[in-house]
Design a binder for this molecule. Structure first.
Ligand SMILES: [Zn+2]
Length: 107
């Protein structure tokens, strides 16, 4: 479990690029919780901007999609591997909106 978690963390950190700080926590029910925060941006209250999503593969995709949009909107010109998946991320966002999923908590 731990090795798999740190391997996922490293992989996600590579995908997120130089501005992304990736952390994977393991929740009470043993599921992964993905957190990607921005090295440059701060949200309200001086906390770093971050995307936080529970769930193994779904959580990874959801957090990485949000991060990809963040880079695209706020850090044009940044080179990160995840930006290669921007069209797919936009497609997933579109599908999620059509399903009317409520957002999971404040961001
Ligand atoms: Zn940022």
């Amino acid at each position: 479990m731990t090795a798999s978690r740190s391997a996922r963390e490293r992989k996600a950190a590579v995908e997120a690029g130089p501005l992304g700080r990736v952390r994977i926590d393991v929740g009470a029910d043993q599921q992964f919780v993905y957190k990607i925060s921005c090295a440059e941006c701060t949200a309200k209250g001086d906390k770093p901007w971050s995307a936080y999503r529970p769930g193994a593969d779904n959580g990874y995709l959801a957090a990485m999609d949000r991060w990809t949009f963040h880079l695209h909107e706020n850090h044009r010109g940044t080179d990160a591997p995840c930006l290669a998946y921007l069209p797919e991320a936009q497609q997933r966002l579109h599908e999620r909106r059509e399903q009317q999923d409520p957002p999971s908590g404040p961001s």
